[in-house]
Design a protein. Structure first.
Lengths: 92, 157, 157, 92
């Protein structure tokens, strides 16, 4: 099956693309998609514990099964709102 | 689908306009929160910020936060607008308005909303400071994390 | 003497203008409270309100509230504008803005200010409702009443 | 000595004036001024326990001594802010 993967913030920068296409085996989950990226882009594995995900614009789990045509999104730790009370947890 | 209360936009935010989306003749209290871009963060001299969002999911996260707040404070009207793109020092990144017949609920729901936005909204800030740039990374976005939700409620009571 | 942060006026109130009196490049959070005239109070259908103030003492009471808040939350900037005269349903009677580098303090000081205004500011509302009119009488104004002050702080933490 | 007395809200309405002049004996306090009003205006005594006062635009006590030319203000219970959470404590 064929899926579209959306990447944001530092993941987008490290991949050099905001969107990539992947062909995955039937029965694949979000985790399968993630692992295909970890194998390709150095630095992605640093996010394996902290990343969250969405499928077709809804929050999902790494175990969520995928179907042909799905849009998967990988979300690095978020920082919306405002800068007040931030303590500089960012990575360079 | 396009509820004026919940927006992600590259246009400047307007507190009065956000409040107006939830005002009515029976509401006695309006509490707002505005997050502004500061000139300093963690000892760095900030030059500007760039906000990025997964827009459709960000809007859905605001709707979800409103539903969570509505379970706890049924009389509250909540609106959340978040800006994306390049923001200069002093500009507003987020505006929240909470209206209610009573002030206690308006204050609580407004505070809850900003805590939850920081926890779950798929929005990222890229800080450009004197000498470099940095992606600010806070919370792993998990709306089902009940501990996080409890922590947000704990700020409001 | 005429500090733009503390005003009693018969002109309509403007949240953005009040916030601007306490905004600066190092403030990350602005919390505002706006009190609006409701169409209902205690089962009465409200037609309009008339606010009266002992103006010079009211302005001094706002300055006093700012000093009290400043002892507890030194980083907060506080502004209070109160309207007098005839107000229609939906109009703002009071606008409070609290700015701070951090949101917790801004929320707390804003809440403290509205609690203290209700306790000590020499301002009275005359409610005109369907079938009559009534002077609303709340608290005996005593700025030295430490119990009242403690109760106001208790709402903010 | 001569003092000016400012009245507000329901006190003003009951007295029919926002300002009255009084000549008081030397050594008078705010309480002396109040009692002169209680003797004249029916309804004022209802406020004897709840009224507060100011002298020359500063909060004062009923025991505060007065001087010639002072401005005394009597403040019925206040109700600034907004109507939310009011429980109809007003008097007609």
């Amino acid at each position: 099956m064929h899926v579209t993967i959306r990447l944001f913030a530092r993941l987008r920068e490290m991949a050099g693309a905001s969107e990539v296409q992947r062909t995955l085996a039937d029965g694949s989950s979000v985790r399968t998609a993630w692992e295909s990226l970890v194998g390709e882009f150095p630095g992605f594995d640093d996010y394996s514990r902290a990343v969250s995900c969405a499928v077709n614009e809804e929050y999902a789990r790494m175990t969520t099964p995928l179907s042909d045509g799905d849009e998967v999104a990988f979300l690095p730790p978020v920082s919306g709102g405002s800068l007040e009370r931030e303590k500089g947890k960012g990575k360079r | 689908m396009s509820d004026p209360r919940f927006r992600v936009t590259s246009d400047p935010l307007d507190v009065t306009a956000v409040s107006a989306t939830v005002s009515s003749a029976d509401c006695g209290a309006v509490t707002t929160f505005v997050g502004l871009v500061r000139n300093e963060n963690g000892g760095r001299r900030v030059l500007w910020l760039e906000y990025e969002a997964y827009e459709p999911l960000a809007v859905k996260s605001f709707i979800r936060i409103d539903e969570e707040a509505g379970e706890r404070w049924p009389s509250v009207g909540l609106a959340i607008h978040h800006r994306i793109g390049r923001l200069e020092i002093g500009e507003a990144s987020v505006v929240i308005a909470a209206t209610s017949p009573h002030r206690a609920e308006a204050f609580a729901a407004c505070r809850y909303a900003i805590e939850r936005i920081k926890q779950i909204a798929p929005i990222w800030k890229h800080e450009h400071f004197e000498g470099g740039e940095i992606w600010i990374e806070g919370a792993t976005a998990d709306p089902m994390d009940e501990d996080a939700r409890r922590m947000a409620f704990a700020q409001c009571t």
